[in-house]
Design a protein around this ligand. Structure first.
Ligand SMILES: Cc1cc2nc3c(=O)[nH]c(=O)nc-3n(C[C@H](O)[C@H](O)[C@H](O)COP(=O)(O)OP(=O)(O)OC[C@H]3O[C@@H](n4cnc5c(N)ncnc54)[C@H](O)[C@@H]3O)c2cc1C
Length: 388
């Protein structure tokens, strides 16, 4: 057993969680990984993978029992996500977005909203976390989408971009600004927009470098009338909901990145144990061993930090934002470095699409960009040490 396998054995899971993780691992190996290359090449949404995950009832693991789910720990969720992402980063990103949609609804929704909307997810629905706009990326508070109350409805007008699951979502957790609240930050509000609402149009889907099978859509919101019953919290609660959502979603971005990193590491190690040059296996060259040592050490330490943050969340910690930023930053930088070094260790073969490391290098890049770019995370971490 190597050091990474020992680390995996130490992940704290209840027996039924360990059983589910095993089923996810088996599915990832037998179905999701074999399809990943074709999904990447065609760029088609991986419906077969989503149906297979739904056959395991996987959305239910983040929904409490009283709303039809079978809730499990955050640790179990992150481990499932890492396994799926290792097999296919597009599918991992799609499924994680269902969590990113559901968690704020569970945390901030009313009983009526949860009873009405969460079963959609439990029954295999797709969710979307809809924040970014053409003029509001790193500074989400600059968003312009307007929520104007009109009787029992809220009229939504604006545009959103780069929305994961955007073309296929059943439910969108949508952020905009409440008409009539002057202070822009205090105006941010949150509602659930349902698929098929008149005025909601998918303007285009992006043609991306990586995660090619996931849908990343630009949306137009042209006078969408949303029942007031779909407002989450009160007008102006949006920033609080947004920040709480991002704290939960950032470790999941890290688990996604670490799935990519693990896949790249395993492929590279397998290859350099086989490939021979100058009469020796590549791994026997000391220069290559130093590379492997640095990558393995970084991977082990980052994974250990993932499980530490997961335990904090499972123990009910309220304040884990900086830990989550450090994790997202480190895991995504590692995924990029690992995938790039894996391509290097494959030599010319790594540059060709026959080998998975080529895709992993393209898939890894997004992890440094979304859910707060790594510059933004460095800023958040650094700022936390400024004395008030
Ligand atoms: C594939 C994909 C999927 C996505 N999925 C979603 C989704 O589901 N929902 C959603 O709402 N959004 C989503 N996004 C949007 C993503 O979160 C944003 O792209 C990201 O937050 C950066 O915003 P931006 O692209 O506008 O870049 P900008 O904010 O314009 O940044 C450009 C550059 O400037 C740097 N920069 C900006 N501000 C600062 C600063 N203060 N200090 C230092 N450097 C700075 C950035 O780090 C970056 O390098 C997705 C994006 C992609 C590409």
């Amino acid at each position: 057993m190597n050091v990474l396998e020992r680390l995996d054995q130490g992940i704290r899971l209840a027996p039924e969680e360990a059983q589910l993780v095993e089923s996810v691992r088996a599915l990832a190996r037998s179905e999701i990984a074999p399809r990943a290359g074709a999904c990447d090449r065609s760029g088609e949404f991986p419906w077969e993978n989503i149906r297979a995950l739904n056959r395991l009832g996987l959305n239910g693991m983040f929904v409490p029992e009283q709303y039809g789910g079978a809730q499990m720990s955050y640790t179990a969720y992150l481990e499932c996500l890492r396994e799926i992402s290792k097999a296919c980063a597009s599918t991992g990103g799609i499924w994680a977005t269902n969590f990113h949609f559901s968690k704020p609804l569970i945390e901030f929704g009313t009983e009526e909203q949860k009873r009405r909307l969460l079963p959609v997810m439990v029954n295999g629905g797709l969710g979307s976390l809809t924040i970014t706009e053409p003029g509001a990326g790193s500074d989400a508070t600059a968003m312009k989408t307007a929520f104007r109350p009109e009787g029992d409805h809220i009229v939504v007008t604006g545009e959103k971009c780069f929305i994961t699951n955007g073309a296929h979502a059943d439910l969108y957790l949508l952020f905009g600004k409440w008409h009539g609240i002057e202070d822009g930050r205090k105006a941010i509000s949150t509602l659930v927009l349902e698929k098929g609402t008149p005025g909601l149009t998918v303007v285009r889907e992006e043609d991306k470098m990586g995660l090619r099978a996931s849908s990343t859509a630009a949306l137009a919101l042209d006078g969408c009338r949303v029942p007031r019953a779909n407002l989450i919290g009160a007008p102006g609660d949006g920033l609080k909901i947004l920040l709480a959502s991002l704290n939960r979603s950032r470790p999941s971005i890290a688990a996604h990145a670490l799935g990519i990193a693990r896949a790249a590491f395993e492929d590279a190690v397998a290859y350099i144990n086989e490939r021979r040059q100058s009469g020796r296996r590549i791994i026997e060259f000391q220069g290559v061993q130093f590379m492997v040592a640095d990558l393995a050490t970084e991977l082990a330490l980052t994974e250990a930090w993932l499980w530490r943050v997961a335990q904090m969340v499972d123990a009910g910690a309220a304040d884990f934002g900086i830990e989550a930023s450090m994790l997202k930053l480190r895991a995504s930088d590692l995924a990029m470095r690992m995938a790039t070094d894996a391509v290097q260790l494959f030599g010319g073969y790594g540059y060709c699409k026959d080998n998975r490391v080529e895709r992993l290098m393209r898939d890894a890049k997004i992890t440094q960009i979304w859910e707060g770019t790594n510059q933004i995370h460095r800023q958040l971490i650094g700022r936390s040490f400024v004395k008030k």
